[in-house]
Design a protein around this ligand. Structure first.
Ligand code: FAD
Length: 355
């Protein structure tokens, strides 16, 4: 029987959409060029932060509101997965070195201009020490954002793949769908990320380099973000003494391995926050390319002629936005007979979307 939905690209968004659409009762087929672990996706390298206030400093207002919606949806989603996924909602600490105090002022102004300054709390002295003892007395003050979260990206990809295997979703892993060869389905959803670049000319790559460390002697609770004009590094605690340090942001779709410069920048900045990292062990360097549109916001385009819904441009916000986008897409799909054109965010007139 013809499926209701064929999803091409089972990275972060595609596999989550397949899972939720199937739960909503749709017959779904999913195709991905890589394996079920998601190793071909930007999500494989990602840090998994779900941080709407931190991102609001530089992102468009809709990113913040969609991010807040996602933040409220993630715990429910995770509770519905067949295996536990590491998730922590202990908040974000924004830190700066004394010479970069202007960065903290910039952040407060940027959030105030959005009326989001209420999410920031000034912490200093013993209160800061209590919040994150591993920092010692290194930073006299910080800005704290309660409730921001982070999820283990790879554990999540794996858990959703298991959920798909236990559902009625027909998964075709390691199946590259060539341009022009549309699967036969009620509607096709294109979630190929950078794989759609040929068909979505405005799509560009933003290379991100990241390093995974093992430092069991460092006990962190919050996500640490260093406010720095050149090296705004973050340090994220994961299970079993692992830490994620990221990420560079380079206007390029170069997938090659981490450069010496990238490695030095990440490690030097992280070390400036936590000197105890000197004894951490490097588990892995990784590079991936974030799919971005000119305004760094996601877009959905419905190609009515071919019956293809294209969703792309999740940029550095895939984890921040996926539940909200999925919710929106499921609503769109259920309304698709009534709506002639689907507009989610920025839909460009001169798109040439086709698979
Ligand atoms: C270093 C780094 C850190 C990041 N940190 C964060 C973070 O902390 N928080 C956050 O919210 N976001 C973060 N991101 C961004 C996030 O990873 C992306 O926004 C997200 O992965 C995009 O999801 P997607 O499903 O659109 O694309 P992807 O996850 O890239 O998935 C696309 C999939 O399409 C498949 N595909 C491509 N072409 C074809 C084809 N022709 N046929 C079949 N399959 C195909 C690929 O194999 C891939 O699996 C980070 C990204 C990077 C690189």
């Amino acid at each position: 029987m013809r499926p209701d939905l064929a999803i091409v690209g089972g990275g972060l968004l595609g596999r989550c959409l397949a899972w939720r659409a199937s739960k909503a009762g749709a017959r779904v087929v999913l195709y991905d060029a890589a394996g079920s672990r998601g190793e071909g996706s930007a999500a494989w390298a990602a840090a998994g932060m779900i941080a709407p206030t931190s991102e609001a400093i530089d992102a468009a207002p809709q990113i913040e509101s969609m991010g807040r919606r996602s933040l409220s949806l993630w715990p429910q989603w995770l509770s519905e997965l067949p295996v536990p996924v590491f998730y922590r909602g202990d908040g974000t600490l924004l830190l700066w070195h004394r010479e970069d105090a202007g960065q903290a002022v910039r952040v407060q102004r940027a959030l105030a201009s959005r009326n989001a300054q209420g999410h920031l709390k000034h912490v200093a002295g013993p209160e800061l020490g209590e919040l994150e003892p591993a920092l010692g007395t290194r930073f006299p003050r910080a800005l704290y954002i309660a409730g921001e979260a982070q999820v283990d990206n790879r554990a999540l990809l794996q858990a959703v793949a298991i959920a798909l295997s236990q559902s009625k979703v027909e998964c075709h892993w390691e199946t590259f769908v060539p341009d022009g060869e549309l699967p036969n389905a009620g509607i096709v959803v294109d979630c190929r990320g950078m794989g759609a670049k040929r068909n979505w000319p405005q799509l560009r790559g933003v290379r991100g380099e990241i390093v995974r460390l093992h430092a069991p002697e460092i006990e962190l609770h919050c996500t640490l973000r260093l406010l720095h004009p050149r090296y705004p590094v973050y340090i994220i605690p994961r299970a079993e003494g692992r830490l994620v340090v990221g990420a560079t942001s380079i206007e390029s779709d170069d997938h090659s391995t981490v450069s010496v410069r990238g490695a030095l920048e990440l490690l030097t900045s992280a070390y400036s926050v936590l000197p105890a990292l000197a004894e951490a062990r490097i588990l892995e360097f990784n590079t991936q390319v974030r799919p971005a549109l000119p305004d760094n916001a996601p877009a959905i385009h419905f190609d009515r002629q071919r019956n293809v819904l294209h969703i792309n441009g999740l940029y550095r916000h895939g984890f921040l936005l996926t539940p909200a986008i999925t919710e929106e897409v499921l609503a769109i799909l259920s309304l698709r007979d009534k709506s002639s054109e689907v507009v989610f965010a920025a839909v460009q007139d001169d798109l040439h979307p086709c698979l």
